[in-house]
Design a protein around this ligand. Structure first.
Ligand code: PLZ
Length: 456
């Protein structure tokens, strides 16, 4: 019998991730390299084509702020798997907690027999989310699933049907969350009919509408009152900073005005902090920037350092409206994901990651704004913390330039930086580095993007 160390590949190299992996950009083949191309060919003949892939390199190991592909290229990670590995990839605390839990037990189903880590995560979320009122939490697996449950809870509490979502919103790909999501291609096209009783209100998008927060809120509230009616409205759901829609930071006062209107009208105010939560924006939750206290807050992504977990947290009287057995799911609050979450939360709280996100904002905004001053294709630099974006436009017309955006992303990929785009018009480059990234790697990644912009 041959004993195979699963951490050694056929070439005998140790394949261990975590921050001990050299935090460097290193290209040894073209991107994607031959081994990745081979895997891509297999992917194309085995995986449904609807499951796309942004940057077709296949991962060997990852750690901290780098990802090493199967050809040995080390890429700077400005994507964090869409704002998930905020604590860094294969973060030591998370890895240790997962190992420890996986040796004890892998699953019971919390609805069958309980375990303490589920309760620990609920207590942590009740403590960390905005507001010092009495709260309860329920755990699920994905962002979309938690959003669906927040809507269920709000309807159960209010006895009302309608839900208000906003222009440019992204809330998921399940049937109800597709209805809440704004963008047709690629998320909704051909997948209807969609869930009823979803209405769309205009957002505050300062770069495009020039309205103040209160003006934009007045416009949205007028639409809700005229076209839906407060008496029929169960909930308003909004991302405090929109993610997929283009890292849109609403004008100051917009969210507060909406939340005050919701409270005055018995409407549940739901903050979807799936992308903005857990230190990402330089506060534990983005709602805090406006001193917003949502009735319900939806979290996922960054919560568990890469393990699938999501949550709805909120006012006890609202959370406890559904009957016993009305909320749940086989895997919701899986024990391995809960162990990972407790470790990740420990890291957000005690490794200075909230403050680090603020430092990352300063570094990125300084560099991007300086570039904007001499490059009129950069229409807007915006975002908070380690959630920063540039919106690219045609300087002559001010129109969105999606083609330029794709070229910049492709050139960055080729040069070893994982970079994502977003936005309703496909013209936003977004930066989502891990909060644990060091200055040198951050600057090098920004240098690469700057060169890509220059060349494009
Ligand atoms: N709410 C605010 O950002 C997920 C998905 C991208 P899931 N965003 C990235 C894609 O192409 O699928 C997201 C989000 C906000 C909800 C979700 C949904 O979270 O965990 O992907 O279901």
């Amino acid at each position: 019998m041959t004993l195979v160390d699963s951490r050694l590949s056929s070439d005998g190299r140790a394949h261990v991730g975590g921050p001990s992996l050299p935090q460097e950009r290193r290209l040894v083949t073209e991107i994607p390299g031959p081994r990745s191309r081979e895997l891509l060919a297999r992917k194309n003949s085995a995986v449904a084509r609807g499951v796309g892939i942004t940057l077709p390199v296949f991962t060997d190991v990852a750690g901290g702020g780098v990802l090493v592909d199967v050809d040995g290229n080390s890429l700077i990670d400005f994507g964090t798997g869409i704002a998930v590995t905020g604590v860094g990839n294969a973060a030591p605390r998370v890895v240790a907690a997962v190992h420890e839990q996986v040796d004890r037990f892998t699953h019971t189903c919390f609805m069958i027999t309980g375990y303490d880590s589920y309760v620990d995560v609920a207590e942590a979320l009740n403590r960390l989310t905005p507001g010092d009122h009495d709260k309860r939490t329920a755990l699920f697996n994905t962002g979309a699933e938690a959003v669906e449950n927040a809507v269920k809870i709000a309807r159960s509490y209010t006895g009302r049907p309608a839900v208000i979502a906003f222009d440019h919103a992204y809330h998921g790909r399940t049937n109800l969350t597709m209805a809440l999501t704004a963008k047709s291609m690629p998320y909704k096209s051909g997948f209807g009919p969609f869930a009823p009783e979803i209405y769309r209100a205009p957002l505050s998008y300062p770069f495009h509408d020039g309205l103040s927060g209160p003006e934009a809120a007045k416009r949205a509230i007028a639409m809700i009152e005229k076209q839906v009616g407060a008496a029929s409205t169960a909930a308003i759901i909004i991302e405090p900073i929109q993610g997929e829609g283009g890292f849109i930071v609403p004008a100051p006062g917009f969210l507060t005005a909406l939340s005050e209107w919701a409270t005055a009208n018995g409407v549940v105010f739901i903050a979807d902090e799936v992308q903005t939560g857990f230190a990402r924006t330089g506060a534990m939750f983005a709602s805090e920037h406006e001193r917003l206290v949502p009735d319900l807050i939806v979290t996922a992504k960054g919560i568990a350092g890469g393990l699938p977990l999501s949550a709805v947290t909120g006012r006890t009287e609202i959370m406890d409206a559904p009957h016993v057995g009305g909320l749940g799911g086989t895997y919701g609050g899986n024990p391995i994901a809960c162990a990972a979450a407790l470790a990740a939360i420990e890291s957000y709280e005690h490794d200075g990651l909230v403050a680090r996100a603020g430092e990352i904002e300063q570094i990125m905004k300084a560099r991007l704004s300086e570039r904007q001053a001499s490059d009129r294709r950069i229409g807007d630099v915006r975002g908070r913390g380690a959630m920063i974006a540039v919106e690219l436009v045609d300087p002559a017309t001010g129109e969105p330039d999606a083609a330029l955006t794709s070229r910049v992303a492709a050139a960055s990929h080729a040069a070893g930086v994982i970079l994502l785009t977003c936005g309703t018009y496909g013209n936003v480059i977004r930066f989502l580095p891990p909060l644990s990234i060091g200055d040198a790697l951050l600057h090098e990644g920004l240098d690469v993007v700057a060169q890509a912009l220059e060349a494009a």
